[in-house]
Design a protein around this ligand. Structure first.
Ligand SMILES: *[C@@H]1O[C@H](CO)[C@@H](O)[C@H](O)[C@H]1NC(C)=O
Ligand SMILES: *[C@@H]1O[C@H](CO)[C@@H](O)[C@H](O)[C@H]1NC(C)=O
Ligand SMILES: *[C@@H]1O[C@H](CO)[C@@H](O)[C@H](O)[C@H]1NC(C)=O
Ligand SMILES: *[C@@H]1O[C@H](CO)[C@@H](O)[C@H](O)[C@H]1NC(C)=O
Ligand SMILES: *[C@@H]1O[C@H](CO)[C@@H](O)[C@H](O)[C@H]1NC(C)=O
Length: 539
């Protein structure tokens, strides 16, 4: 490789310092990466491209999971690598190597059952100066398509953890060699399946990351797809007794906001504490003379109750928590999501013809026995990660409309039960933040602030971070860096909502998010500003 001397600049906004030398970067050519990977027989170079400042890059035309290129990039070298993982499987990953490197690496993840390099989030994180990494997990499909897994056990393993781990290991070699200098810190940030991937990796390989930001983690396999399938079946088939037409969903959500919003102490259109709300389902019942466009029959109310209640199967076996009050059912009740049915059909049962209405507890038991791809953490003792100084920040929307919010509490409880008896104060290395009103990973129906610059979050007009507030109080990535590099743990984060989720329209509301189990309580003043709220213990 032909090294060239390039200047090294730190993003001023970070105000985090590194011992800096001039960086020796290799040239952005196929030869460079062939040489770096010369000792790795499983690896080959797919493509290498030099991207100018302000340029874009991706594989939008063929990438089913991320069919949009990363745009507004800093000047960088983009490379994609192919790794053979078994005789019947292989995966790819991409690396962005910015010319102005901050000495750190950031890995990001995927969504659902999909496969594709997450160039959009790589691009976003490269704007901080990170070298960024993402794997396609070994296949090309959109997030809700699981058909690729039929009789492909090795591909399922790649999806479960192997592609992530292999990509991180090889990407680190590439970054070290390309810049001729060792990576100072390694981070991870992503949401949903991306949240699961980060936690799985830190459990299996505690040395991979110094800091992991895991949003709405889809960690609980095979229970989560069981829940998704069950939810769809509550309202299937169309027209059955108790079937709720999607046209009635807004009436259900509106009644929940009407009853639950005041119960949190402030009428602001946001349900801050859905789990403390006493909700009267009967108020949804159609009374004589009432038009049926905004009320439910008794049978429809039963269907709604199932959706918002825990999924409990034979012999009172708790399978998965129900969604929060106030959640919009559209995503999973309008039709049976293939996120649940494809998993059971093509990963577990392997039947090309399968009647989803036959789904029962025996299928869940079988799935747990097979445990496709070992996707869930198998050990909740994260001592190895903690002992080497690793930090885990988890967040979850309180109105998640795809992955029941309470499944994050189940993960927290599992880790607590393992580690607290060893004398570990979880807050020292693991903090969970709930985001009132936020749906799955991003967005809110209610006028609730949700934007913290996390994985797969986007607002119009922001290329990265939280415009106007690029600091560790508002930006979860900078918060994690402060925690890892300076030992300043985030006691609260401030979530932002721009008007119409558009930066140029200004900030509509900001509010603190608290370390679980604390909650933000209104203490008076303008409810749209953070100082009117305080993180309080519930007891
Ligand atoms: C995405 O980027 C690739 C690589 O730079 C380019 O070839 C392709 O035309 C771009 N596609 C779109 C839709 O912009
Ligand atoms: C379905 O195929 C997977 C491999 O893709 C295998 O692990 C599993 O045991 C199979 N299921 C059954 C019921 O044979
Ligand atoms: C309301 O009732 C009419 C007449 O029974 C029926 O055709 C229609 O589907 C109902 N609408 C809803 C939203 O249930
Ligand atoms: C439920 O409990 C009964 C009584 O203990 C037991 O015989 C049966 O096998 C259980 N069913 C399942 C599916 O575990
Ligand atoms: C937000 O968008 C709506 C239309 O979608 C518009 O009426 C409103 O003025 C916008 N809000 C601001 C603050 O620009």
């Amino acid at each position: 490789m032909t090294p060239s001397r390039r200047g090294f600049s730190l993003l001023a906004a970070l105000s985090l310092s590194l011992a800096v030398d001039a960086v020796t970067q290799c040239s952005c050519t196929v030869d460079t990466f062939k040489q770096i990977l010369a000792g790795n027989a499983a690896a080959s170079v797919n493509y290498v491209a030099s991207v100018p400042q302000g340029g874009s890059f991706g594989d939008a035309a063929t990438n089913l999971a991320f069919p949009t290129n990363a745009t507004d990039l800093p000047a960088l070298c983009a490379v994609s690598i192919h790794i053979v993982s078994s005789p019947t499987s292989s995966y790819n990953f991409g690396v962005f190597l910015p010319e102005s490197w901050n000495g750190r690496i950031m890995t990001t993840g995927n969504g659902g059952l999909g496969g594709g390099i997450n160039y959009p989030d790589m691009g976003k994180f490269s704007l901080y100066g990170f070298a960024t990494v993402s794997t396609d997990t070994g296949h090309n499909s959109n997030a809700v398509d699981g058909t690729w897994a039929l009789n492909q056990p090795e591909m399922i393993i790649d999806w479960g953890w192997r592609a992530m781990h292999g990509s991180v290991v090889t990407a680190k070699e590439i970054v070290n060699a390309f810049y001729g200098r060792s990576i100072e810190y390694s981070y991870y940030a992503s949401c949903s399946t991306g949240g699961r991937q980060g936690i799985k990796e830190l459990e299996l390989y505690p040395d991979s990351f110094d800091g992991v930001v895991a949003g709405a983690p889809a960690w609980w396999f095979p229970r989560l797809p069981a829940s998704t399938l069950k939810q769809g079946l509550y309202n299937y088939p169309v027209g059955k007794e108790g079937y709720i037409s999607p046209s009635l969903f807004p009436a259900i959500v509106a009644e929940m906001i009407k009853q639950c919003d005041p119960q949190d102490g402030l009428v602001d259109g946001v349900i801050n504490d859905p789990f403390s709300c006493n909700f009267d389902f009967n108020s949804l019942l159609c009374l004589p003379g009432q038009a049926n466009s905004s009320c439910l029959t008794a049978a429809q109310i039963s269907t709604a109750r199932q959706f918002y209640s825990n999924f409990v199967d034979v012999n009172q076996t708790f399978i998965f928590p129900g969604v929060s009050l106030g959640v919009d059912p559209s995503l999973v009740l309008s039709a049976v999501s293939t996120l649940g049915s494809d998993y059971y059909q093509y990963w577990v049962l392997n039947q090309t013809e399968w009647d989803i209405t036959n789904f029962d507890y025996a299928d869940i038991q079988l799935a747990e026995e097979i445990n496709p791809g070992q996707a869930a953490p198998s050990d909740f003792d994260l001592s190895s990660f903690k002992d080497r100084g690793g930090k885990l920040l988890q967040y979850h929307g309180l109105a998640d409309n795809l992955i029941a919010t309470k499944s994050s509490f189940v993960l927290y409880d599992n880790i607590y039960e393992k580690m607290a008896p060893q004398g570990v104060d979880l807050d020292d290395f693991y903090r969970l933040f709930m985001i009132p009103g936020m749906q799955h990973c991003s967005g809110s129906e209610m006028p609730a602030p949700w934007y913290i610059g996390g994985g797969s979050q986007a607002v119009t007009g922001a290329t990265y971070s939280v415009p106007g507030y690029m600091d560790a109080k508002h930006d979860v990535i900078l918060a994690m860096m402060e925690w890892v590099e300076r030992g300043v743990a985030p006691d609260e984060l401030i979530a932002t909502k721009y008007w119409n989720d558009t930066v140029s329209e200004g900030v509509e509301v900001q509010r603190p998010l608290c370390v679980y189990p604390k909650q933000a309580k209104y203490i008076g003043g303008n409810p749209s500003v953070p100082s009117s709220w305080k993180c309080k213990s519930l007891y």
